[in-house]
Every structure is written in structure tokens, then in C-alpha cells.
Ligand binder design. Structure first.
Ligand SMILES: Cc1cc2nc3c(=O)[nH]c(=O)nc-3n(C[C@H](O)[C@H](O)[C@H](O)COP(=O)(O)OP(=O)(O)OC[C@H]3O[C@@H](n4cnc5c(N)ncnc54)[C@H](O)[C@@H]3O)c2cc1C
Length: 503
């Protein structure tokens, strides 16, 4: 099947039969029509329509190497710097359409599954069937334009401190049994964004330690979202209403987060990528380089989001006539400097790309992980700048209904701007509210802070892979007698990383 369009995406979600719970009630009707999902489903449908439109087709798709069908470019396994550029252009087009607010637009997981698929041979070391499954799953996603969600972390009740290695945790997700049809999995996964609005879910938790040789907590697989025994328990919806005037962002881009519960779910053997091999789970996470490829996608999205933030900042400056205040200009300049830094890092990541051991053109991790490190700090600051410049304008934001009521005249008279009518002025501030102060805004900030792991993990990913630091230390050591001497064992310890891990 070639790329899907929006209508096909919606039909797939509605027919998928996922068991979704919102506010204590099971969603019984069409997911796409439920108020918690309507906006985001419609936005994602727009993305799928976009890739098939004449205007974009050549920039957003390519010919499948197996079927010859037209498939999505974010599935393309890059073999050259040109391929990386094509991927970036495609991802930038989608990010520009949702202004970076969809952290889980389909290209995110398309990229992850591409990286996993490229590294299938590693899984084959654990079991040839697992390698084969991964390779075929990537092709399945690409050929059927599968919309994929994922859950990589488990609830706190199921986590285990390393010093409790000898104990088993009853609440930790686990493989309960293996039978002729597949593996039976029970337990919960803490968080899957957009799981209720995706065709399938990929599960790959960091394995908890186990006293058993075949670790029941070490597994990875992907299944249809509606497989019997899976429940998706949604948080409260932040799509506060359907009016695009009142809630310009949350009405369109609210991505639901869910707790995913597996209740003796039978995962067919051909969907299992790893089972029991704790060491391989860690190795595959690192050596598939999916973090690096995914960060390339993330950076395209962050740039689109920062451009949008800058647009709002400039809109407020113009509206309130703030351009002559140097403290205001300085804040806008900070946003510009942030944006330009991200853009430079993206270019640098492609310029420094080289093939990894899977034969995939890997963007340079150094600039990407730097962006990954900076953005969780940059984004909350951009939000703060919007608040600082918008001030009371961000709270005096009557609704569309107010404008159409008997007090509409007051609003038109007293809320107009210097050169702007009241409704446009309030419209911009309602957007600034949704961007900086609403529940949707708070969740967006939390997302940017955590979606790729907490700051400790992000920092250690940057630090540990940054081999140049040793070169610099040697330069310093030349000027400090005795500092450069090290014993052989510390040299061995420090050269433990794979060669393509270098930044
Ligand atoms: C909005 C949102 C959407 C998300 N979507 C997804 C998704 O779709 N799929 C998915 O798999 N995950 C998703 N995540 C989860 C994300 O991967 C995690 O939030 C992240 O890995 C951090 O884990 P945690 O939330 O359990 O924090 P915790 O591990 O509970 O950490 C809490 C605090 O303790 C600190 N801390 C924890 N351990 C240590 C330590 N050893 N040393 C020092 N400090 C420590 C952390 O830095 C943090 O400040 C999402 C998260 C958010 C917020």
C-alpha cells in the first residue's frame, strides 16, 4: 500500500478497536470524534494529506526499494548526505505545518523504526528470528504507512533499585509465559503519547534487573493498538474547547498521554524483537543509534517551534509598541540567538555526518546532542519571554462567545490595540495564553523538558560520547608535567566505546 491520506488515517484509528479510557469512561464511539482527540486527529490527517498533495509529493515521499510504491520519506534509510538533507526537508515541512507542537508527529517514530530496522543484524546476534522480525517490521511500517506510538518507561512502582537485584518486582511489566503462539506480557508502561491515535505501539522498556538468567523484564515488540488485553488510560484532556479562536493551539495540537496497561496480552512471535536478553536490550538501545537519528527529527521540530515562538514574541512587540525598549529587544534577541543556534547545529550535524557500521548515514551526534541538551532549557525561557512581554494582556482574554454577546461592544471599544481591532488583539493574546500559561502550555514545557529522558541522561549522553574532550585534556596535560601519564588499565577502560559512537 502506498502512503496513506488523512481519510485513511482516520478510518484506521476508528476501526483499530483500541480500548481507550477517558475520565473513567471507556470510549465507545469513534476515537476521531471524541473531544479529547478530535483536534489532534484532524491535524495528523492534514499531515498525511499533505504528503500526497501534488505540491509536496516529490519532497515528502520516495519510491520503496521493495514494492516500488510511493512511501513516506521519513522512513528513508539515509545512505548519503543528500538523503539526510531530503529527510530534513521532509521533516521540516511537516514540522512547519504543526509548528513543532506535535512531539509525536508520525515522522518521529518513522525515524526510530528506520534506525531500528537498519540495525536488525544486532538483534540477530541474540536470535536470528528477532533480527528478521525487526527488519520485516520496519518494512511493514514503511509499506503500510503505519502510525506508531511507543512506551519505553515503566511506572515507578515497577522500578527497582540496582541494590535489590536479587528480588523480583511483582508490579514490573514482564513476560509471563512463552507458548507456541507468542509471548504473554502483563504489566504497565508509564507513558505513551498519542497511543490512542496511533495504529500500533512499540514497547521497549529499559530492562529491570532480574535474578533469573532469562530476564522476564527484558523484551521489545510492536503490536496493533487494539490487540485484546491492552488498555490506554488517558490523562485529563487539555483540549479545553473546540473554538480555534479561544484555544488556537490546544484545539489543534493537544496530544494525549496515556498509561498503557497490558493484561496477559499475547504478542505473536513474529512481532517480538527481543526477549530475555538484558544485555542485548541495552546494546540495541545504544548501538542502533536511534537516539541520533531521532534527534535529527527532533531538531527540525524544535526549529519550527522556535520560529513560531519568535513569531508570537514579535507579534506582541508590534501590538504593544514595545520596539523602543531595549530590555524588550534584548529578550527578542535571545530568542533569535536560540533559533540561529539550533539552525547552525542542524547544518553542522549534516556536514559532519558519516556512515555508521550499519551502512546508514548518521548525522553527527555532537551537534544533535548539544541541541538536545540546550532545548529543555531554552524552551521554558522562550515561554517566560512570552509571559514577560505579554504581561496582563495574556490574562484579559475574553472568549469568542463574549465577543458575540451583549457586552461585545465594550470589548470592541476597550480592548483594541494601538493599530489593531480588539478581536485580533485578543486573538493574539489568547494564542499567547495557550502557548505560555494554559494546561496545554504547561504540558508542552514538561514535554520539552523530559520527552527524551531527564536532563541527567541527556547530559551524560552528550558527555560520554564526546571523545574530543580527551584530545583537549591531552593539550592541557602537555603544559602540566605528570598530568598526561596514565596507566594501561585506565586507557583500556576509557576506550570501551564503539568507534561509531564518537561525535
Ligand atoms: C509530556 C511527556 C510525554 C512523554 N511521552 C513519552 C512517550 O510517548 N513514550 C515514552 O516512552 N516516554 C514518554 N515520556 C517519558 C519520558 O521518557 C520520561 O519522562 C523521562 O524518561 C523521565 O522519566 P520519569 O518521568 O519517570 O522521571 P523520573 O525518573 O521519575 O525522575 C524524576 C526526577 O528525578 C531525577 N532523577 C531520577 N533518577 C535520577 C538519578 N539516578 N540521578 C539523578 N537524578 C535522578 C530526574 O532527573 C527527575 O528530575 C514522556 C514524558 C512527558 C513529560
Amino acid at each position: 500500500m502506498p502512503i496513506k491520506n488523512g481519510e485513511q488515517y482516520i478510518a484506521g484509528i476508528d476501526k483499530g478497536g483500541a480500548q481507550v479510557w477517558v475520565d473513567g469512561n471507556r470510549v465507545t464511539g469513534a476515537i476521531s470524534e471524541h473531544s479529547a482527540f478530535r483536534g489532534v486527529v484532524s491535524t495528523q490527517a492534514e499531515l498525511y494529506d499533505m504528503q500526497g498533495a501534488d505540491e509536496y509529493l516529490s519532497r515528502m515521499t520516495y519510491e520503496s526499494p521493495t514494492s516500488g510504491d510511493v512511501v513516506g520519506l521519513s522512513f528513508l534509510r539515509p545512505q548519503s548526505k543528500r538523503d539526510l538533507r531530503r529527510r530534513r526537508e521532509m521533516m521540516t515541512l511537516w514540522a512547519g505545518r504543526h509548528h513543532g507542537f506535535l512531539g509525536r508527529a508520525p515522522d518521529y517514530m518513522n525515524t526510530v523504526v528506520m534506525a531500528f530496522g537498519a540495525a536488525w543484524k544486532l538483534l540477530a546476534e541474540s536470535n536470528p528470528m528477532y533480527g528478521d522480525n525487526m527488519r520485516r517490521y520496519y518494512e511493514h511500517c514503511r509499506e503500510n504507512d503505519i502510525t506508531l506510538s511507543h512506551a519505553f518507561i515503566v511506572p515507578h512502582a515497577g522500578r527497582m533499585s540496582s541494590f535489590l537485584k536479587t528480588l523480583e518486582q511483582p508490579d514490573a511489566p514482564r513476560v509471563e509465559e512463552t507458548n507456541k503462539d507468542g509471548i504473554v506480557v502483563s504489566g504497565a508502561f508509564l507513558l505513551a503519547t498519542q497511543a490512542a491515535t496511533a495504529d500500533e505501539i512499540l514497547i521497549f522498556p529499559a530492562p529491570l534487573p532480574s535474578a533469573q538468567e532469562v530476564n522476564p523484564h527484558a523484551f521489545a515488540f510492536a503490536v496493533p493498538s487494539g490487540l485484546p488485553g491492552i488498555r490506554y488510560i488517558c490523562r485529563e484532556s487539555f483540549a479545553a474547547g473546540t473554538s480555534e479562536f479561544d484555544y488556537p493551539l490546544s484545539s489543534r495540537y493537544e496530544e494525549m498521554d496515556t498509561l498503557v496497561v497490558f493484561d496477559r496480552v499475547l504478542v505473536p512471535h513474529d512481532r517480538v524483537f527481543l526477549c530475555g536478553d538484558e544485555d542485548m536490550a541495552y546494546r540495541f538501545t545504544e548501538e542502533s543509534r536511534f537516539h541520533t537519528h531521532a534527534t535529527h527529527q527532533v531538531l527540525c521540530r524544535n526549529i519550527a517551534k522556535t520560529e513560531f515562538m519568535l513569531g508570537v514574541i514579535e507579534g506582541i512587540i508590534k501590538l504593544l509598541g514595545l520596539r523602543t525598549y531595549t530590555q524588550v529587544v534584548e529578550k527578542a534577541a535571545e530568542a533569535i540567538a536560540g533559533l540561529e543556534t539550533l539552525k547552525a547545529l542542524l547544518v553542522a550535524s549534516e556536514a559532519g555526518a558519516r556512515k555508521d557500521r550499519w551502512g546508514t548515514m548518521l548525522p553527527s551526534p555532537g551537534p544533535l546532542y548539544t541541541a538536545n541538551y540546550l532545548y529543555p532549557k531554552m524552551y521554558p525561557r522562550l515561554v517566560e519571554i512570552v509571559q514577560l512581554l505579554g504581561a496582563s494582556g495574556i490574562v484579559v482574554i475574553p472568549s469568542e462567545a463574549d465577543f458575540h454577546s451583549d457586552i461585545g461592544g465594550d470589548l470592541h471599544r476597550y480592548l483594541k490595540g494601538i493599530e489593531t481591532d480588539a478581536k485580533s488583539r485578543v486573538g493574539l493574546f489568547r494564542l499567547a495564553w495557550d502557548l505560555s500559561a494554559s494546561s496545554f502550555a504547561g504540558r508542552q514545557t514538561l514535554y520539552e523538558r523530559f520527552f527524551f529522558g531527564d536532563s541527567v541522561k541527556v547530559a551524560s549522553r552528550l558527555y560520554s560520547g564526546y571523545t574530543d574532550k580527551e584530545k583537549f585534556a591531552k593539550k592541557v596535560a602537555k603544559l602540566v608535567p605528570g598530568l598526561g601519564r596514565e596507566n594501561a588499565s585506565s586507557r583500556v577502560r576509557r576506550s570501551g566505546g564503539k568507534t561509531d559512537d564518537c561525535m
